[in-house]
Design a protein around this ligand. Sequence first.
Ligand SMILES: Nc1ncnc2c1ncn2[C@@H]1O[C@H](COP(=O)(O)OP(=O)(O)O)[C@@H](O)[C@H]1O
Ligand SMILES: [Mg+2]
Length: 359
Amino acid sequence: MSVGSVIGVIGAGQLGRMLALAGTRLGARFAFYEDVPSSTSQTLGALYHQDQLDAFIDAVDVVTFESENTPVALVDYISARKPVMPNAKALFTAQHRGREKTLFRRLGIETAPFMIVNSLAELQDAVKTIGLPAVLKTTTEGYDGKGQAVLRTVDDIESAWVRIGNRELILEGFVTFARELSIIAARRVAGDVVFYPLVENTHVDGILRLTIAPAVNLTDALTQQAQAAIQSIMTELDYVGILALELFDTPNGLVANEMAPRVHNSGHWSQDGAWTDQFENHCRALLGLPLGDAGMEVPVAAMINLIGDLGDWQSVLKIPHAAVHLYDKAPRAGRKLGHINLTANDRETLQSRIKQIVQ
Ligand SMILES: Nc1ncnc2c1ncn2[C@@H]1O[C@H](COP(=O)(O)OP(=O)(O)O)[C@@H](O)[C@H]1O
Ligand SMILES: [Mg+2]
């Protein structure tokens, strides 16, 4: 691809915005297509709305998306005229927790036991097979822990069904994990892959709050298991771009939870801690450019999400090795408004910098 290639992004939220910030450095241009106006990216490229889809397709060289809830039919429609990366198959698979776990299992990747249920009676039967505790989730559209319930006793079954049910749900066995990890990788059409280090993620109220890169006490065995898993998924799906895989670290090894067919919040640290950040590598993959080194540029890094309100972000600007990334979104409870990346030469210093920000 040449300088001045236009990357089309379906969606214009913070992920599209950060893709544009990175891709612009490589001389790419951006256009955004959004259904429902929600743009934070409007200053970074042309904005197209629902009735302008064909004009959007005409304007771009390659298309990507920032949400796994992007309609597959939309991607199919665009794919007839312009390449969409990742492809519709990857999107279709990632949109449904049952489909993605079925794929993981077929590839020999460990998952929690799971069953799809469509009624209270089916849920009651599934609990008999899977046992308690268990986690009940919507098969589609869940994010940030929404559309989920933990079932601890049989008394929880009916109320959980009423609260999130009356639709297709998935019941998963409860995984007792020591910590939550994720791995992110980028793949090109040619099939070459780069891996970011395994990171540790801490969630608060179901929303990612903190990522530490790399995770502590990584062994070669853990890294190899995670890399082999994500690589096999990418190969199977003929995947192009950034893919994220969320993992539970258990005494019996890694258990895959879910994947995201897009740049991922647990990779935001890479903007300030990796040689090439995830947004740039996604753009490079789309443009067929050589992938950049996904290794760390600093010994340790962290990402803290700013959720609901920005706090005293101007003071954070004074902290050494802190980078403030704001999305220009209106404050609202539970909404991701920005993040802070921290880097350090050792974990102790990193922890003290984190404590300056997270009380
Ligand atoms: N089967 C499970 N066992 C134990 N904890 C789980 C399980 N599934 C999800 N969780 C917890 O709930 C969080 C959100 O679930 P996840 O499947 O990642 O949904 P979301 O799409 O909302 O991120 C996970 O990060 C993890 O902390
Ligand atoms: Mg998740």
